[in-house]
Design a protein around this ligand. Structure first.
Ligand SMILES: [Zn+2]
Length: 81
């Protein structure tokens, strides 16, 4: 899965996750973002856009992902190549 054009959200609990992948029609993207809830704690309020450093920090959490973060590992491999 391509991750480069994702819009990341950040919850008050500190969790950062891709809320929507672009390109997507803007009205649909806005709908998805407005309905988004934290997949870690369920909080649906105060979801902020994640900053670049917060997204980078979240990449270190891949071990806790059910799928092992396969898409992120691929991305990191591409950067080193
Ligand atoms: Zn949360």
């Amino acid at each position: 899965m391509k991750t480069g054009n994702a819009v990341y959200g950040r919850c008050d609990c500190g969790h950062v996750w891709p809320v929507v992948y672009l390109p997507m029609r803007l009205d649909q993207a806005a709908k998805v973002m407005s309905r988004s809830a934290c997949p870690k704690c369920g909080n649906a309020k105060d979801i902020k856009l994640a900053k670049a450093e917060e997204i980078a920090a979240s990449m270190t959490e891949i071990d806790s992902r059910a799928d092992g973060g396969a898409d992120i590992v691929t991305k990191h491999t591409n950067i080193k190549a």
